[in-house]
Design a protein around this ligand. Structure first.
Ligand SMILES: NC(=O)c1ccc[n+]([C@@H]2O[C@H](COP(=O)([O-])OP(=O)(O)OC[C@H]3O[C@@H](n4cnc5c(N)ncnc54)[C@H](O)[C@@H]3O)[C@@H](O)[C@H]2O)c1
Ligand SMILES: [Zn+2]
Length: 388
């Protein structure tokens, strides 16, 4: 029996829910062997969208069939529209129709959208069947496929319905990233920078020194980057699977980032772009509150810009930002909790006080060219209020 190529393996240690992340260029064409080596068998429902199906459906189908599996496809739409109860229900219908049993499995082949909805379907079908994540975007490879957060959106908010449900395995083929549109690629780099900021100064310095390699998806740089991001995510998740404590540090850049995404009706920025802007603003806030030095913010913002992430804020009013932040899932007993940097590689979670945020927004950033428009707008609104 042929064995799959030796892969870079990152363990996610979660007791009886432990699993491995396999990182190996070209591993997609060996996926059948990989699953067989891991003791899987039976039918495999491949959840996939039409674009990824066109690119990688055939190679995965062939690899699974050759290894003795019986794969079938469950096609969902491209984009966030697939992360709905409606599409969850359609996936479940397909599983019922195919008479999928407990020992069969779901394979999520695609970006974060596919992984989230397919994982959620796996968590509820027959009270849970095995599922494997095969992420094909940078966001999915460094973030969404690891850690077991699955779910769909509600009309009132993103990711409001879901479950913690760990995959049996995460299989990462860096080669599939070559077909990503540049905008998707660069957006994913925001999450990469986030890992350096929250947990690993030497990694942050490595990123600073390899900006060209990051921008060009260099084969010398990317395997290390993917591995380090997965290691950090695995370590954080292993210590706090259900996000009651330390796992919250993964939300750095996301309190403001999610607010910007919602404010822009999920059209103005894609997720990673909003996270990049969110880190810039949360870093600036941390400096304003005296929590970190100017150097920390400058180095972070410089890296964000150099990789090509957007750094221009739109004309935005403080109240719009604040109200959009109120919908964040990380509100605890009415307080917005935000991750703020102390140093590069070290962050903390703090409750945000409205008045100090307003002052930061309208005063501290007045001199910042990046935010000039936003702040002018805010200042003109808040000045009369102060006279009252
Ligand atoms: N579960 C988690 O922990 C977690 C973490 C972060 C983000 N998310 C979720 O992930 C989603 C965002 O994920 P995403 O950024 O991967 O978006 P996505 O899944 O929509 O993929 C982005 C685009 O890239 C295309 N694509 C995928 N792989 C490709 C490839 N190899 N080549 C060319 N095109 C490809 C997709 O078809 C899509 O059009 C959001 O719904 C977000 O809430 C979840
Ligand atoms: Zn994110």
């Amino acid at each position: 029996m042929m064995t799959a190529p030796a892969a870079n393996r990152v363990p996610v240690v979660l007791g009886d829910r432990s699993y491995e992340i396999l990182i190996q260029p070209g591993i997609l064409s060996q996926i059948g062997q990989v699953l067989q080596d891991a003791g899987c068998s039976g039918r495999v429902g491949i959840v996939i969208n039409p674009l990824v199906n066109k690119l990688y459906g055939r190679v995965v189908n062939r690899a699974l069939t050759q290894a003795g599996f019986s794969p079938f496809f469950i096609i969902i739409p491209d984009g966030e529209q697939a992360k709905t109860i409606r599409w969850l229900s359609k996936i479940l219908d397909a599983l019922v129709k195919q008479r999928v049993e407990r020992q069969d499995m779901i394979l999520a082949l695609g970006g974060g959208v596919t992984g989230d909805v397919a994982g959620f379907a796996a968590s509820v079908y027959l009270r849970g069947i095995p599922f494997v994540q095969v992420p094909t975007t940078l966001v999915a490879q460094v973030d969404s496929s690891v850690g077991g957060k699955t779910g769909v959106n509600h009309p009132q908010g993103k990711n409001l319905i879901g479950a913690f449900y760990q995959p049996r395995m995460v299989v990462i083929d860096p080669c599939v990233l070559k077909t990503l549109p540049p905008r998707q690629w660069i957006a994913g780099l925001a999450e990469v920078i986030k890992y350096g900021m929250i947990a690993d100064k030497p990694f942050f310095e490595y990123l600073e020194q390899h900006v060209e390699g990051l921008r060009n998806q260099s084969d010398d740089v990317m395997p290390h980057v993917l591995r380090r991001c997965c290691e950090i995510k695995a370590e954080v998740v292993a210590g706090d699977e259900h996000e009651s404590g330390r796992r919250r540090i993964l939300n750095y850049g996301h309190t403001v980032g999610h607010a910007l995404e919602a404010w822009g009706h999920y059209k103005k920025w894609i997720h990673g772009e909003a996270v990049g802007l969110g880190m810039a603003l949360e870093g600036s806030l941390a400096h304003y509150l005296g929590m970190c030095s100017k150097d920390v913010v400058e180095r972070q913002d410089d890296l964000i810009k150099r990789v090509g992430l957007p750094s221009n804020m739109p004309k935005m009013k403080f109240l719009d930002l604040w109200q959009a932040m109120q919908h964040d899932k990380k509100i605890i007993k009415g307080d917005i909790h935000c991750v703020l940097p102390k140093r590069i590689g070290d962050v903390c979670v703090v409750p945000l006080v409205r008045e100090s945020i307003r002052k930061w927004f309208s005063v501290q950033l007045l001199s910042s060219s990046r935010l000039t428009n936003a702040v002018r707008n805010s200042a003109s609104r808040t000045r009369p209020a102060r006279k009252k």
